[in-house]
Ligand binder design. Structure first.
Ligand code: FMN
Length: 227
């Protein structure tokens, strides 16, 4: 897709990431969903890159988390990202639709909706994202259910048992060259793909400040508006 011309906001965002690259927090954005009861819900997530040659942003989460329940209970699965780059004093508000990829959704894809299969709804893609995580980040998917009451008896030992089981799976499969990462993909692991449909860009530097709106419907043509 080399002749694909990226919209201005996407080019700007890549530049913002580059300018702010020395600040680890520049990879964190706030993501809003709408809960089943119609209330807004907001949380921090880590930006894990773009799907190559596309506008889609990648993040990962636990399939047991509330945001996943929010998205699974609505069609389309709506999000808004709010992303502030302190170094360059720029804010991006990106809204659109979410897609989820996990062991479970791949089973569904292979069944009823197999026609929708694409490279990003494949085991290979899920595996790549899993392998990109540090061991510590992979271990979080072995933790007890998010938001369940804290049980001090479910402690390190329990998690370590699960780790050992996982590692022996890896060792068993090592001869068949299957597993590249520390653990097999955990069933709780979920890749979140954000497909932008509109972007509101604000640059606080300068007077007056610069604000640009664009959306998919209008071929991402930018309108410069008052801040
Ligand atoms: C700096 C930072 C980065 C985070 N990154 C993620 C992330 O990439 N994915 C994620 O699911 N939660 C991440 N979290 C935790 C979420 O903010 C949130 O607490 C958790 O996902 C539960 O949210 P939910 O109940 O709305 O689903 C991060 C939190 C912080 C403070």
């Amino acid at each position: 897709m080399s002749d694909f011309k990226f919209p201005s906001w996407r080019q700007r965002l890549v530049r913002s990431l580059h300018i702010n690259r020395s600040q680890p927090q520049s990879k964190y954005f706030q993501v809003a969903s709408i809960s089943v009861d119609g209330l807004p819900k907001n949380r921090t997530m880590v930006f894990r890159g773009f799907i190559p040659d596309s506008l889609n942003l990648i993040s990962v989460t636990d399939i047991r988390s509330e945001k996943v329940s929010d998205w699974l209970s609505t069609t389309p699965k709506k999000f808004e990202i709010c992303w502030y780059f302190a170094g360059s004093r720029e804010q991006y508000r990106i809204a659109g639709h979410v897609s989820l990829v996990s062991n479970d959704t791949l089973k569904d894809e292979n069944g009823a909706h197999s026609k929708r299969q694409s490279a990003f709804f494949s085991e290979k893609f899920l595996h790549q994202q899993w392998a990109n995580l540090s061991r510590g980040a992979q271990e979080q998917f072995l933790w007890p259910s998010p938001k369940a009451p804290f049980d001090s008896k479910v402690d390190e030992a329990d998690i370590q048992t699960k780790e050992t089981n996982n590692e022996s799976q890896v060792n068993n499969s090592a001869n068949s060259n299957k597993a590249e990462s520390a653990f097999d993909i955990n069933d709780h692991f979920c890749v979140v793909i954000f497909t932008p449909l509109s972007v509101d860009y604000l640059n606080l530097k300068g007077s007056p400040q610069l604000r640009c709106l664009s959306d998919f419907e209008n071929d991402w043509l930018e309108a410069v508006v008052n801040a």
